[in-house]
Design a protein around this ligand. Structure first.
Ligand code: ADP
Length: 407
């Protein structure tokens, strides 16, 4: 089966065409600046060069059209026609409490997703636009939605409730949802495979460290806690996001600076994290590492503060699960950045992790960092959210009942 995986943002659309039998990526690409001047599609067939075409993309429907054109192009395409796309898997950011698993996208499901829009006003409307654009162009192709929040729906109340008046949960569903669920699920399952153990016997902590970053406690295959909350702003210090704060800081800064609370939240989302902490050096860990090495003290402090926060979360989740068997690093920073991993390693040695500094230098591949016989195994496992979405899509499509999906 060929599955087109779509990850649609407000002005961008990432895609991968995956053959689900061989799990090979046939082609992938990105439409950027949709609805903005200077829009372009970057397409790359497997084993080929990236091809960038600057083309007008006034909306997402046009972007999907261009994706299909590229996929079926005689030169850079990988399929002969639209008929060779058997299903589409969509990444959807917020499924609220309504979606604890992936779903076939029916009219009712789309309405239910729309009801989650106010929980993720930046992401969900864009995801829905992507879905509707694909439906316009491929009305008979089955589509599946895979939610970032679904994996964490197994959290117990004690982990997802905030210490607020209960009425806000009851009235508005203010609670911890958590994100990156597809990645935490994929990586924890792979960790169990690599350890040759049944996931139902394991306590795993997954550190998904990308531009956005979150830690999760996966006990016996189920998420029991995670660091992101109602929105993806809570938890770790990220590329540009502050993570945990005293909530009183928001109005304090608003008053001091003469700006609104919304504007402060905007700063917490876009100008904080290691970017803010480093005094604006960069949100990218490669730049930060270089700056720190060149003697930039703020960049060095940003890296130390980042590692310390991750270390504290790991400690908290060891307590949450009353133990841990494996700690896994994944995503851009987790997979590639030895310095960040070493920084975090300073706070977890007491668990008996025995990280080998030589192995820690490896990047971008599956590797066990701990010495053999370590009490807790620390590993790096590259995440693959697109493949996880493709697998989910195939699973649901093969369950059948796809006819009249949009009736
Ligand atoms: P997201 O998917 O959340 O946008 P990624 O998972 O791609 O983010 O992670 C981006 C981060 O990964 C950046 O901060 C970047 O510095 C870091 N990163 C990516 N590749 C490398 C590398 N080779 N060495 C060090 N850091 C890297």
């Amino acid at each position: 089966m060929n599955v087109l995986v779509i990850n649609c943002g407000s002005s961008s659309l990432k895609y991968q065409l995956i053959n689900s039998d061989s799990e090979e990526v046939l082609a992938k690409g990105l439409c950027e600046r949709i609805g903005i001047d200077g829009s372009a599609i970057v397409h790359q067939p497997a084993g080929g060069e990236k091809v960038k075409s600057e083309t007008d993309m006034p909306n997402h429907t046009k972007a999907v059209q261009l994706v299909i054109e590229k996929l079926t192009d005689p030169q850079v395409g990988v399929i002969a026609s639209l008929d060779e796309i058997d299903a589409v898997g969509h990444r959807i950011v917020h499924g609220g409490e309504k979606f604890a698993t992936s779903v076939v996208l029916t009219k009712e499901v789309l309405e239910a997703i729309e009801q989650c829009n106010d929980l993720a006003p930046l992401h969900n409307p864009a995801n829905l636009i992507g879905i509707n654009s694909c439906r316009e162009i491929m009305p008979n192709v089955p589509m599946v939605g895979v939610f970032d929040t679904a994996f964490h729906q197994t959290m117990p109340k004690k982990a997802y409730l905030y210490g607020l008046p209960l009425e806000y949960y009851e009235k508005y569903k203010v609670r911890r949802y958590g994100f990156h669920g597809t990645s935490h699920d994929f990586v924890s399952k792979r960790a169990a495979e690599l350890l040759g153990r049944d996931i139902k016997d394991l306590k795993i902590i997954v550190c998904h460290l990308g531009n956005g970053a979150s830690v999760s406690a996966v006990q016996y295959g189920k998420s029991v806690d995670t660091s992101m909350g109602l929105t993806p702003l809570e938890g770790l210090i990220m590329g540009t996001r502050s993570g945990d704060l005293d909530p009183a800081i928001v109005t304090f800064i608003a008053q001091k600076e003469g700006i609104s609370a919304e504007e402060v939240i905007g700063i917490c989302n876009k100008k904080s994290g290691v970017l803010g902490l480093s005094g604006g050096v960069s949100s990218d860990f490669r730049d930060l590492g270089e700056a720190a090495q060149a003697g930039n003290e703020a960049a060095q402090t940003a890296l130390e503060t980042y590692g310390y926060r991750v270390g504290k979360y790991i400690g908290a989740y060891v307590a949450a699960m009353n133990g841990v068997d494996a700690i896994v690093f994944t995503a851009g920073v987790g997979e590639n950045n030895a310095q960040a991993r070493a920084e975090i390693g300073k706070y977890i040695g007491y668990l008996g992790t025995n990280i080998d500094p030589e192995k820690n230098k490896l990047r971008g591949e599956e590797v066990i960092l701990s010495d053999e016989g370590a009490k807790v195994t620390v590993m790096v496992i590259p995440t693959n959210e697109e493949l996880a979405i493709a697998r989910e899509t195939v699973r649901l499509v093969q369950q059948g009942n796809m006819c009249c999906a949009y009736a």
